[in-house]
Design a binder for this molecule. Structure first.
Ligand SMILES: NC(=O)c1ccc[n+]([C@@H]2O[C@H](COP(=O)([O-])OP(=O)(O)OC[C@H]3O[C@@H](n4cnc5c(N)ncnc54)[C@H](O)[C@@H]3O)[C@@H](O)[C@H]2O)c1
Length: 262
C-alpha cells in the first residue's frame, strides 16, 4: 500500500486466502465471486457437494485458485478436518466468512427439539466450531478478518422464527465477544445483518409458511429502498470487512437491508 492509496488498492485482496461457508449458494457464492475478483484465493465450504463443486468451477473461471471442501459446519470434526485441509492446500487463512445458515419458520410450540438444535447449531454454534480452529492460524500469521452473517432478526424479533431469532441474536453478541478477545492478536471480527435477500433460503421460507411465493417476495420488497436485496448487496459489505478498508473496524454490526430496520 502506498502513502496515498486509491480505494481500489485498499480493497484489493491479492495474496489473501478466504474461507467462505455456505459458499455453494446465495450470499456465500456471490461473496466468493466478489472476493475472487479482488484477487483472493477461495476455499468454498458447504454441505451441498453438487452445488459446491459447481461453485468451485465458477470461481476458478475468474482466474484465482479455488477449491470446494464438503463440510457440515455444525460438526466439530468436520470443522477441524476442513481447516487442516484448507491450511494444507492454501498455506494460510486471512479471511473467514461464517455465513452458512438454515431457518425453520415456527414458533417454539411448533418447533421440535431437533429443529431447534439444527437452527442453533448451523447458524450459531458453527461460528464457534470453525473459528476456534481457524483463529490459531490467524494468530500465527499476525492477524486476519472474520465476518459473521447475522440478520435483521438478530437485532429485532420476527414472527414464527423463534430458533432463528435466538441464533442470530447470539451471532450478533458473539461477534462482539470475539472482537474483544482477539483484537490484540490483530484479528478483526465483524457482523453483517442482511434484510430479505433473494436467495433459495428466502424462497424456502415462503414454502415453509405455505405462502404464495410471488406475494411473499413482493412483501419482502416493501422497505424504504423499495426492492428486495440481492446477494451482491451483502457481498459488497463483506468485502469492506474483509479488506483493509475496514482496518480500524472490529465488533461492528452492519445492517444491509434497504432501510427495512429503520
Ligand atoms: N436470504 C435472506 O433473506 C437472509 C436474510 C438475513 C440473513 N440471511 C443469512 O445469510 C446466510 C446465507 O443465506 P442465503 O440466503 O445465501 O441462503 P442459501 O440457502 O442460498 O445458502 C446457504 C448455504 O448454506 C449451506 N448450508 C446449510 N447448512 C449447512 C451446514 N450444516 N454446513 C455447511 N453448509 C451449510 C447450504 O447448503 C447453502 O448452500 C445465512 O446465514 C442466512 O441466515 C439470509
Amino acid at each position: 500500500m502506498g502513502m496515498n492509496p486509491k480505494a481500489s488498492e485498499i480493497l484489493s485482496l491479492e495474496g489473501k486466502v478466504a474461507m467462505i461457508t455456505g459458499a455453494a449458494s446465495g450470499i456465500g457464492l456471490a461473496t466468493a465471486k466478489l472476493l475472487a475478483k479482488e484477487g483472493a484465493s477461495i476455499a468454498l465450504i458447504d454441505v451441498d457437494e453438487t452445488k459446491g463443486k459447481k461453485a468451485e468451477e465458477q470461481i476458478k473461471e475468474l482466474g484465482v485458485k479455488a477449491k470446494f471442501f464438503p463440510c457440515d459446519v455444525a460438526s466439530d470434526s468436520d470443522c477441524k478436518k476442513t481447516t487442516e485441509d484448507v491450511y494444507r492446500e492454501f498455506g494460510r487463512i486471512d479471511i473467514l466468512f461464517n455465513n452458512a445458515g438454515v431457518t425453520r419458520r415456527k414458533d417454539i410450540v411448533e418447533l421440535s427439539e431437533e429443529e431447534w438444535d439444527l437452527v442453533l447449531n448451523v447458524n450459531l454454534k458453527a461460528i464457534y466450531l470453525l473459528s476456534r480452529h481457524v483463529i490459531p492460524h490467524m494468530i500465527n500469521q499476525g492477524g486476519g478478518s472474520i465476518i459473521n452473517t447475522g440478520s435483521g432478526w438478530g437485532l429485532k424479533g420476527g414472527p414464527k422464527a423463534a430458533a432463528y431469532c435466538a441464533a442470530k441474536g447470539g451471532v450478533v453478541n458473539l461477534t462482539r465477544a470475539m472482537a474483544i478477545d482477539h483484537g490484540r492478536q490483530g484479528i478483526r471480527v465483524n457482523c453483517v445483518c442482511p434484510g430479505d435477500v433473494d436467495t433459495p433460503l428466502l424462497h424456502d421460507e415462503a414454502a415453509q409458511l405455505g405462502e404464495d411465493e410471488a406475494e411473499f417476495m413482493k412483501k419482502a420488497a416493501d422497505r424504504p429502498l423499495n426492492r428486495i436485496g440481492q446477494s451482491e448487496d451483502i457481498a459488497n459489505a463483506v468485502l469492506y470487512f474483509a479488506s483493509d478498508m475496514s482496518s480500524w473496524v472490529t465488533g461492528s454490526i452492519l445492517v444491509v437491508d434497504g432501510g427495512g430496520l429503520a
